[in-house]
Design a protein around this ligand. Sequence first.
Ligand code: DHB
Ligand code: FE
Length: 279
Amino acid sequence: MMNVETPTAVGSGTAATAKFTSTRISAETPPERLAAIATDVLEAFATIIDRHGITYPEYRVLKQWLIDVGEYGEWPLWLDVFVEHNIEVVASRGRCGSKGSIEGPYYVPDTLHLPSRCTLPMRPDESGTKLVFAGQVRDLAGNGLPEATVEIWHADAEGYYSHFASNTPDGILRGTVEVDADGRFEITTIQPAPYQIPTDGPTGWFIEKAGWHPWRPAHLHLMVKAPGKRTITTQLYFDGGEWVDDDVAAAVKPELILRPRTDADGVAHAAYDFVLDPA
Ligand code: DHB
Ligand code: FE
């Protein structure tokens, strides 16, 4: 039975934390590198405390807030909004193919496999403008990659992601699309709405106190894989959409903006080709 309560920050945060901690991460960072990074982090703290004359009450508020972020399960949200874009830039160094963008906290592996022309799982009465998203996966030389997969996930027309919001059934608006013999795909779905960071938890309080806004522009998430190729994780945005020029997560790049055309039936058609670097 579907839970139709309004999703809460603590609900989506807890789900995002549970997903993240379900696999234990290891980075194999050598001790000298760890020590150098830790020294720089502490130096950055020292500089900020000195520059702003941070007071004891401010220090204690920070301590309380950090505890709250953990208790609401919001570390995946906060980090992916405010930090991941910098990590992605470093990770993309040396790439010649398509541009990447942040993964965000809402990826789910092993989603339903779908043929190259497919419709994503959705509710029978899924609201939102119908969107047909088509393209080709190629190597740097322009050859189609028939063994590629295009994993896609996106929010619904209310801005909620399945598996992370209590009002969406698991599995909707997600899939792993197997491209055709030329590397092509055509995915029918609905156009997502802009995403609002939950405002009722510590990430929301932080944004509100700073006088910022909690919005990301509407976007499709993609992870494109092919044997012998470097996996690309990226996002695609919609030209002219709200917040495209002012993403709270700073994850928009000009190359990632779709320019859909709307046909006589009101269906939006968007095209994008993925070019993969060698692994
Ligand atoms: C967050 C949510 C997203 O949908 C996304 O793409 C990136 C970050 C977040 O809430 O942290
Ligand atoms: Fe997202």
